[in-house]
Design a binder for this molecule. Structure first.
Ligand code: PMP
Length: 363
């Protein structure tokens, strides 16, 4: 007889998150364009710092993350005591839910937002409330209309994943201004570094001016350190205080701390990666448009490619896969006919464009 110990209510309603695939059958060479990783890899200085760590892995890491917080603060012009680091930004999103929400509360997120918002809400015993995004863009009025006395958190990613869309800073400011005082706005900036809009500061200014906004960032995307799981958040003193109370004592590994510190200080490499991403993203968007595949202007390191219909998207996915290019089928995220393609290096981007152009022409 098997006996199942009861999990908390709602836990068995959760469908586990499945990350971007990296393997396929039938192709010898596989290029993974399914998890928005940096095709150019991390800064050489980050690799050096990581490797140097191998001689000392017997001791715990610095639980205060002092050196990394200091580096982030210096590079971004922030206050180090208002930064917290986590095991990926994922951990911070989870801690926010645990600390601020619970049974009887609601967490508001956008329709095409990151899948983990709803999962972390459920884990905390809270109810996720999804807000529709017509034309795949975050709608501030709809978010405000969804807020009730029970709402504790509002999650917005800007740029958003998987759509790549960006709404103007003024809209985010309007959202923050109009939320009731019991609600914390979480600005998820996993792709913030890729934005090239004039004046965009990834909400550091907004967080600095307000008590109800926290922003999260990651080292998994532009910094190319996905394997090491490091993220961070910048927030008001009272939020950082709360998060420090609920986090584990050594939640970021020594290797992660060392590599991330070197990576954030290597601003030249970051800039290089951002520019390369922009060049190939814009090039790919043009090629896709020529081939008859739509996309919204993307501000991240990926394009959400919209095919004429679901079957065409599925067949395009198979054509790419057969040639060893793995992209992300995001049709399950209320985006029928869409595949999310991470911007690879020049070779991969040209190959993807070539495969899809031929595929569309042959239909
Ligand atoms: N937010 C968004 C919008 C993301 O796309 C991701 C990763 N896919 C994350 C947060 C989490 O990233 P990480 O835990 O690697 O920092």
């Amino acid at each position: 007889m098997t006996h199942r110990i009861n999990a908390q209510p709602g836990i068995l309603d959760i469908t586990p998150y499945v990350g971007g695939e990296g393997k396929t059958h039938g192709a010898n060479h596989v290029t993974k364009l399914s998890s928005n990783e940096n095709p150019l890899g991390p800064s050489a200085r980050a690799v050096e710092a990581y490797t140097a760590l191998a001689t000392n892995i017997a001791t715990y890491p610095d639980g205060s993350h002092f050196a990394l917080r200091t580096a982030i603060a210096e590079v971004h012009g922030l206050r180090a005591d208002r930064i917290i680091c986590g095991c990926g930004s994922d951990e911070i999103l989870s801690l926010l839910c645990q600390a601020y929400a619970g049974p009887g509360t609601e967490i508001v997120h956008t329709q095409h937002g990151f899948a983990m918002y709803a999962i972390y809400a459920k884990v905390a015993g809270s109810t996720p409330v999804v807000v529709a995004e017509d034309t795949r863009r975050t709608d501030v009025d709809a978010l405000l209309a969804a807020v009730t006395d029970r709402t504790r958190l509002v999650f917005v990613a800007n740029p958003n994943n998987p759509t790549g869309t960006l709404i103007p800073d003024a809209e985010i400011e309007r959202l923050a201004d109009n939320l009731p005082p019991h609600v914390l706005l979480v600005m998820d900036g996993a792709y913030a570094e890729f934005v090239r809009e004039p004046g965009y500061d990834g909400y550091a200014g907004l967080v600095g001016r307000r008590d109800n906004v926290v922003m999260t960032r990651t080292f998994s995307k532009v910094y190319g350190l996905g394997a090491l799981r490091v993220g961070w958040a910048y927030g008001p003193d009272h939020v950082i205080d709360v998060l420090n109370r609920v986090r584990g004592p050594f939640n970021v590994t020594a290797a992660g701390l060392a590599a991330a510190e070197a990576a954030v200080r290597d601003t030249e490499w970051t800039e290089h990666c951002v520019i390369q991403n922009e060049v190939w993203r814009e090039w790919l968007a043009r090629q896709l448009a020529r081939a008859g595949i739509d996309s919204d202007p993307s501000h991240g390191n990926f394009i959400c490619a919209r095919f004429p219909d679901v079957d065409t998207a599925k067949a395009a996915d198979a054509a790419l896969r057969q040639r060893g290019y793995i992209v992300r089928d995001v049709q399950g995220y209320d985006l029928p006919g869409c595949l999310r393609i991470t911007i690879g290096d020049e070779t991969a981007t040209r190959a993807v464009a070539d495969i899809l152009t031929k595929f569309m022409a042959a239909r």
